[in-house]
Design a protein around this ligand. Structure first.
Ligand SMILES: C[S@@+](CC[C@H](N)C(=O)[O-])C[C@H]1O[C@@H](n2cnc3c(N)ncnc32)[C@H](O)[C@@H]1O
Length: 270
């Protein structure tokens, strides 16, 4: 039997390289005895890419990242079930396999968007065909939105992405999307300033990336756009996807505001 090809390096830097953090968390989850997400593609990619994964590993956090992905998957799944000819826009997709995990109905058009170098790397692992599309662009650039259908309900999902933008860039992006798409929702996560400071202490040393947007007051989300309505905000620590072995530790952490509000999931409609 032929042996698998030797792992190869990808040409990614700074913010792009942060995609390895959730990717590795999902691969570890896949290899665990009771996976939360069970993402075989993450494991396949981690094995195929030569990267110092231990450099980005942090204790405890992988579970939270996988729980976050699982909850966002669930919201997108609900949306496409309710709108079988809708559009999914997956912002800052990295090398994530959300499209394969969800397997949306045939009538759904799916757009994975990330920086050009990330999309180039993505093309070695995913085929663009049928209703699955990849867009190589900074999400803060205005042009890519014009390529989206403008007459269908649209769900926008951003998993571990908005914290890398300035708040004004997030507000501009929301404005452009609600101008272009007739109705839909945004599903995403936000970090508080405590998580931002801890994340930046690690990130800057390890990858040169920098987290920028912290949300301490949920009113900051409500003020992003007058046309977007927040319908849910909740701590990842309290998700029903948190596995039993982690519940005690996360339950204790939940008593402390800094931890409780460190990673929150948000669902907004427009
Ligand atoms: C922490 S990773 C998350 C990747 C993916 N969402 C996941 O959960 O596996 C952040 C991702 O956002 C992308 N990103 C950050 N800022 C971006 C921007 N301005 N435009 C496009 N992509 C961006 C990075 O390239 C990276 O893939």
């Amino acid at each position: 039997m032929a042996s698998p090809p030797a792992p190869r390096k990808l040409d990614l830097v700074g913010d792009e390289e942060t995609l390895f953090i959730p990717l590795y968390a999902k691969a570890l989850d896949y290899r665990s005895r009771r996976p939360i997400l069970g993402d075989a593609k993450a494991d396949e990619i981690v094995r195929a890419v030569d990267f110092d994964y231990e450099r980005i590993r942090t204790r405890g956090t992988p579970t939270l990242l996988v729980v976050r992905a699982r909850q966002l998957d669930e919201w997108v799944r609900e949306f496409v079930r309710a709108h079988p000819s809708s559009v999914v826009v997956h912002l800052g997709c990295g090398l994530d396999a959300r499209y394969l995990r969800i397997r949306p109905p045939d009538g759904v058009d799916w757009y994975d968007v990330d920086f050009p170098r990330v999309i180039e790397a993505r093309r070695s692992f995913y085929d663009e065909r049928g209703s699955y599309h990849m867009l190589a662009s900074a999400i803060t650039d205005p042009g890519w939105i014009e390529t989206l259908p403008s007459d269908r309900a649209t769900v926008v999902v951003a998993d571990g992405v908005f914290e890398y933008l300035d708040r004004t860039d997030v507000a501009t992006l929301f404005g452009r999307i609600v101008d272009h798409c007739p109705s839909g929702e945004f599903d995403f996560d936000v970090l508080n300033s405590f998580a931002l400071a801890m994340g930046n202490a690690r990130l800057t040393a390890r990858s040169g990336a920098r987290l920028k947007w912290a949300v301490d007051d949920p009113g900051d989300i409500d003020r992003l756009s007058g046309r977007v309505k927040r319908v849910y905000l909740g701590s990842v620590f309290r998700s029903h996807y948190v596995p039993w072995p982690s519940r005690l530790a996360l339950g204790i952490a939940f008593l402390f505001r800094n931890y409780r509000t460190s990673i929150r999931l948000v669902r907004c409609t427009f």
